[in-house]
Each structure stands twice: as C-alpha cells, then as structure tokens.
Design a protein around this ligand. Structure first.
Ligand SMILES: [Zn+2]
Length: 74
C-alpha cells in the first residue's frame, strides 16, 4: 500500500505534455484527481493506473521514491 494523501506533491513516470512533472494530489479514492503544477490542468485517473505510474513524493523538500516512503503512524 502506497502512502499518499490529498495535498501531496508527486512525480509520475511521464510528465505532463506541458513539460512539468509535478502533480498535486487533490482527491483520493477509486479514482485519483491530480493537478499539474505547470499548467494547473486537472486530470482524473483510476487508482490502479496512478499507483503504477507514480514515482516520487515530495517529503520535507526532497523527492523520494514513493515505494520506499512509509509514513509514520501518529
Ligand atoms: Zn501541465
């Protein structure tokens, strides 16, 4: 299970056609809503596809591989 939530910034296997490859997670669930931070375009994709394509997550100012990211329990 990958750890991400609304408000996280992630990168994908492929960037957006506008040239940016930073996305803000805006909605989670069966479908994931993402906003491209280059052009503000919003896209939806099935969670299954999202979890195949997502690569890194921004944590404390650094991008790390999401597969290695374990959020600590509060
Ligand atoms: Zn874009």
């Amino acid at each position: 299970m990958l750890n991400y939530q609304v408000g996280d910034i992630v990168t994908m296997k492929k960037g957006h056609p506008c040239g940016e490859n930073k996305w803000e997670v805006q909605r989670t669930g069966v479908d994931i809503k993402l906003k491209c931070l280059g052009c503000d375009r919003q896209v939806w994709m099935p969670r299954r596809d999202f979890e195949k394509r997502v690569r890194k997550i921004l944590v404390d100012g650094k991008f790390i591989a999401l597969v290695n990211y374990k959020k600590e329990e509060e």
